[in-house]
Design a protein around this ligand. Structure first.
Ligand SMILES: [Zn+2]
Length: 291
């Protein structure tokens, strides 16, 4: 009886040792814990609902809407790209939220003036020269981009797939923070010059770059922005100036993952199917460059 017990114990010790070696080997190969979205990838889609426990969730005013996660079915990259079609929240312009999580004031002037502590939860957006609202065009581009990203093997978190989703800028950002590996918001600028594409870069203001979560993430926002401009350039998309404009945005101020607002054109820019496809090809090339 005694001998048999010792045999069992030795067997158990040997098994544990082998298991430990396997774990060490797996660790050295870079296989860490598998994220939930990768484990669930057998499915085609997943509905993403609001979670009040998420960081900064309490700062959002509009969040009754849902987002949808699409899983790539081939050439899987195991990366989730959040595509946020700018604007498109009915009533969003009449509600205010804090510009920064710590309640501090905006450091640059854009659609919200420098010094303001609150901004509209989601602005209405601009209007294309033919009278089409920006939110309809960003949605068109988002839908073209979704298919191209999926074909390239990226999972896609779609913030909005209709003209309206009840998710404000903070809610969109927090959803991306908790369900994606990077966040790209699509916009058209309010000028009428067809001046080309650019990304909203992180302002070189010390207090802003030292404020969390900006402090821990601004370098990755810049890296993503530069990669997207490089990808767009490769596909012969016109680029404005050096491809960047510094702006203190709500999105940037709440992002804990690489995140940019990408202005793909302005009110005078063409948005035919052909142009949207080229923009989407450029963005996919930029995403490839980034990862
Ligand atoms: Zn916009």
């Amino acid at each position: 009886m005694k001998i048999r017990n010792r045999g069992k114990r030795e067997y158990l010790t040997a098994a544990l040792a082998i298991l430990a070696v396997i774990c060490l080997l797996a660790g050295s190969l870079g296989t860490g814990p598998t994220p939930a979205y990768v484990r669930a990838a057998g499915k085609k889609t997943k509905t993403v609902k609001w979670n009040t426990k998420w960081k900064y969730a309490d700062k959002s005013a509009i969040h009754s809407g849902k987002a949808k996660l699409y899983y790539a079915q081939k050439k899987r990259k195991d990366k989730v790209v959040c595509i946020n079609a700018g604007h498109g929240t009915k009533g969003g312009a009449g509600v205010k939220t804090l510009c920064h999580p710590d309640g501090s004031a905006k450091v640059t002037s854009g659609s919200t003036a420098k010094g303001a502590k609150k901004a509209t939860a989601v602005a209405y957006g601009t209007t294309m020269e033919d009278g089409t609202p920006e939110y309809k065009v960003t949605l068109k581009l988002a839908l073209v981009l979704k298919d191209k990203l999926l074909a390239a093997g990226y999972d896609v978190l779609m913030i909005r797939e209709k003209d309206d989703v009840q998710l404000d800028n903070i809610a969109r950002t927090v959803m991306a923070n908790n369900n994606a590996d990077c966040h790209i918001a699509l916009h058209y600028d309010s000028t009428k010059k067809d001046k080309g594409a650019f990304y909203m870069s992180v302002p070189k203001v010390d207090s802003y770059r030292k404020m969390e979560p900006v402090a821990s993430n601004w370098k990755s926002h810049e890296k993503l922005g530069k990669a997207l401009i490089k990808g767009l350039k490769e596909k012969k998309v016109k680029i404005f100036s050096n491809g960047a404009m510094a702006m203190d945005l709500t999105q940037t101020s709440y992002s804990t993952i690489p995140s940019v607002d990408l202005e793909v054109g302005d009110r005078a820019s063409d948005y035919s199917e052909k142009t949207l496809k080229r923009l989407a090809d450029g963005i996919v090339a930029g995403v490839e460059e980034f990862f």
